[in-house]
Design a protein around this ligand. Structure first.
Ligand SMILES: NC(=O)c1ccc[n+]([C@@H]2O[C@H](COP(=O)([O-])OP(=O)(O)OC[C@H]3O[C@@H](n4cnc5c(N)ncnc54)[C@H](O)[C@@H]3O)[C@@H](O)[C@H]2O)c1
Length: 354
């Protein structure tokens, strides 16, 4: 079982992407759970999706007073990252800032290079020069590309990305490995599997489906609904991140006297793939229960079952055995419970049906 070798007591934690969906939930959890932690958050508030959501997440975090310092700027600016490290000396860094999304990388590749590669490089350089106890960073399940073997395991080969987004995430793992080896920086990469929850990302399918159903539009369900995906509730992701932050890979030297890279990569997913059609059925039931949709909503006429999109994979889910073995933890929120919370939030935020 795990030994927690990084204490968060009286520490400064840098969270990049702090106004983002996972980032804001992580900051809240850290400030709630660890009384003496101070969090420095940076986010450039990109306009990839409605920025009001990001400002509202930050508004909630302002309740923690000076235990949370927010900097609205980009990690792609080396001077900005350097000054955060000289001014605040973070001992633990969680890099979540990134340009996310697979489709957007076709039309906006620059955003991925800037945030995901240059930004991450700046974080690595700062960790090298200022020294940190642990660097944790977001990778993605998209590194598995169109691998056929399921569940996806961190032992599988992931050399065939099928989007620029995936290529940048895989590059992050490679860059972190080099820095762990060269400068003995303990680093842990986390491959998240489809994260959902209240105040989540409007670009993701569950959120888009909800908007479309509410507007009376028809949603298109690919592969006739026979796709299986791992959907991971945001609180489970945050729980995993907090546990992992507190356990850095051990520094050790090899027979040659040089450091063995203190480097790890984990999957964080549900390890229980859900059929897409079941997923949308539960979603619409919960939207009706939350009064986002009327009681007599005719779901059958608002869904269209269509063939698979080229490049899509029918079943993807995470092998989470290493996470369970090392941390005694596995995401456990059921889809119904998670979607109920999302629907409840959506009803409050956008209003119930008129
Ligand atoms: N949500 C998921 O399902 C999922 C799945 C796999 C991986 N991830 C990864 O997890 C991380 C967090 O994802 P999320 O869902 O919270 O996304 P998000 O878009 O809500 O959060 C990312 C935040 O980073 C900020 N950002 C982007 N570029 C920046 C820059 N150069 N400098 C500073 N801030 C910048 C954005 O403004 C945004 O608020 C990302 O790295 C993402 O790639 C998420």
């Amino acid at each position: 079982m795990v030994t927690y070798n990084v204490s968060l007591a009286n520490k400064v934690v840098l969270v990049t992407g702090a106004a983002g969906f996972i980032g804001a939930n992580l900051v809240k959890r850290l400030l709630n759970e660890f009384d003496s932690v101070k969090v420095v958050g940076i986010d450039s508030i990109t306009e990839y999706y409605d920025v009001r959501l990001k400002y509202e997440r930050l508004q909630e975090l302002s309740a923690y007073g000076d235990r949370f310092v927010f900097i609205k700027d980009s990690i792609a600016k080396k001077g900005v990252v350097d000054s955060i490290f000289t001014d605040h000396h973070p001992q633990v860094v969680v890099n979540l800032a990134a340009q996310a999304g697979v489709r957007y990388s076709i039309t906006n590749p620059d955003a991925y290079i800037e945030s995901n590669l240059i930004g991450f490089y700046n974080i690595l350089e700062a960790c090298r020069h200022y020294g940190v106890e642990h660097l944790v960073y977001a990778s993605s399940s998209s590194v598995y590309g169109s691998n056929k073997k399921v569940p996806y395991s961190t032992d599988d080969k992931v050399d065939n990305p099928v989007s620029l987004y995936a290529a940048t995430k895989k590059s992050n793992e490679l860059m972190a490995h080099a820095y762990s080896k060269l400068y003995n920086i303990p680093s842990t990469g986390l491959r998240f599997f489809t994260v959902y929850g209240p105040a989540g990302r409007p670009d993701m399918a569950y959120f888009g489906f909800t908007n479309q159903l509410r507007e009376g539009k028809t949603i298109r369900i690919f592969n006739y609904g026979n796709c299986k995906r791992d959907f991971t509730y945001v609180d489970d992701i945050v729980e995993g991140v907090v546990r992992i932050m507190r356990h850095a890979p051990e520094k050790q030297n090899g027979d040659d006297g040089l450091p063995i890279p203190p480097y790890k990569v984990y999957n964080i997913g549900n390890n229980s793939p859900e059929n897409l059609l079941d997923f949308v059925t539960i979603l619409q039931e919960e939207l009706i229960a939350a009064k986002v949709l009327p009681d007599d909503y005719d779901f059958e006429t608002h869904k269209e079952l269509v063939p698979m999109q080229p490049g899509d994979v029918p079943v993807t889910y995470a092998d989470t055995t290493p996470l369970e073995q090392d941390f005694g933890f596995k995401p456990s929120t059921s889809l119904r419970e998670g979607l109920r919370k999302f629907a409840g939030w959506y009803a409050k935020y956008y209003g119930t049906f008129k």
